[in-house]
Design a protein around this ligand. Structure first.
Ligand code: PHB
Length: 400
């Protein structure tokens, strides 16, 4: 039995704690127990399938952040427990339970897929485990289903869609076809886009979808060619986005019907897209060449550690650990003080590689959105579309 700092075995401590439950005068300071072992962080992320690269980027940046802090946050070692979500919503309840009840993680993070996030966050709300969503944009998580223990370091699907709609209007685009995967993220992305675009006078010619995670785009591309809109708005990501960009170019549509979308369309796959990606315009809360010291240092460290450049997913993983770091500092490393940990994270403000980072009362980043263009295998900054864009907090009681 490993000894704790007080010289008592863990079993003895537990017995003493039990026996002394009615007495306030325990013979040892409680934080010493909690702080003798690592903080367990459960990662529910895709390590296989179309979103595998996204899960890998998030994980790598999280590990790098902790490594840069000497392996500890607020004096506590961090133990990552990784589970492959397979981006599969039906598997999410069991996998989340495995982390929360089986592994007894102190903190949950992930996922990439909005459907997985809905299942994971239900368990987070029920059990109260502090949870930091490191990608999935499901709107409800920071609207009607917001909770004091659920935070997001990424974006809301409609938030990114709306920013892209603004940029397309500014570019003089009058009408557009939307074409996306048919699941929560695609639908909410298109809804956010359509709202901003039509409110500004734009017209939606047609909404086209294919099931997630199919990469059979030909029929829809033929239809788009015959509809001849001013532009196309598409939400795809990861391996599916790469195939889509190549198919779009091969269909000879790029010159006549510009391809637009939220930046997930090109992030992480820009180099592999090659010439096929040239000219694709996207809007996102990150762009590689943002001129700030945090971004420069982050990019250099990531490249050195992994021999590839980071993308938006890596930035989100990095900021997830930064947020947890702030939270743990606020409780002297005692992750068991959940209310105080949540309160410290809610107030966090720091400089992220993406620009200033802060959260709304619904725990959603209020952030800048940038217009980028893919050129020679990299996303190039064109302009800032909107600064400090907030997502609606509709139905969130934390916000009232
Ligand atoms: C989502 O399912 O919310 C999602 C997945 C991948 C992205 C963005 C959003 O790149």
């Amino acid at each position: 039995m490993p000894k704790t700092g007080s010289g008592l075995s863990r079993r003895n401590l537990l017995m003493l704690a039990g026996a002394g439950a009615t007495s306030l005068a325990l013979p040892f300071p409680r934080p010493a127990i909690a702080q003798s072992k690592p903080v367990k962080v459960g990662l529910l992320l895709p390590y296989s399938g179309t979103y595998a690269q996204l899960g890998e980027a998030i994980t790598r940046a999280m590990e790098l952040y902790v490594k840069q802090q000497g392996g500890k946050l607020a004096g506590r070692e961090i133990d990552f427990v990784k589970v492959d979500s397979e981006a599969s919503p039906p598997k999410a309840p069991k996998l989340t339970t495995k982390l929360v009840e089986g592994e007894k993680v102190d903190v949950l993070t992930g996922p990439v897929h909005s459907g997985v996030a809905m299942a994971m966050s239900k368990i987070a709300r029920e059990t109260g485990v502090p949870t930091i969503i490191s990608n999935a944009g499901a709107n409800d998580l920071t609207r009607r289903l917001c909770a004091k223990n659920i935070f997001r370091t990424s974006f809301g699907n409609s938030q990114v869609g709306a920013a892209t709609g603004m940029a397309m209007l500014e570019a003089g685009i009058k009408n557009a076809v939307t074409f996306t995967w048919k699941y929560a993220a695609g639908a909410q992305s298109v809804a956010g886009f359509s709202r901003a675009f039509t409110q500004g006078g734009g017209k939606i010619v047609k909404d086209i979808t294919v099931p997630f995670p199919t990469v059979e785009f030909q029929a829809a591309l033929a239809e788009i060619a015959s509809l001849k809109p001013d532009a196309v708005y598409s939400f795809y990501a990861g391996g599916g986005a790469l195939k889509y960009i190549k198919d779009y170019a091969a269909a000879n549509l790029k010159a006549s019907i510009p391809l637009w979308g939220p930046g997930f369309l090109t992030d992480g796959i820009e180099a592999k897209a090659g010439k096929a990606g040239d000219g694709v315009k996207t809007v996102l809360h990150y762009v590689d060449d943002l001129d700030n010291p945090e971004n420069k240092a982050f990019r250099a460290a990531f490249k050195e550690a992994y021999e590839i450049w980071p993308d938006v997913y890596a930035v989100q993983g990095w900021d997830t650990m930064h947020l947890l770091d702030v939270g743990l500092q606020g409780v002297g490393g005692d992750a068991g003080k959940r209310d105080e940990l949540n309160a410290a994270m809610a107030k966090a403000e720091f400089k992220s590689p993406r620009g200033p980072f802060r959260l709304s009362p619904a725990h959603q980043p209020i952030q800048n959105f940038y217009l980028r263009e893919l050129k020679d295998g990299s996303n190039v900054y064109i302009k800032t579309v909107v600064e400090g864009l907030e997502d609606s907090m509709t139905g969130c009681r934390l916000a009232s």
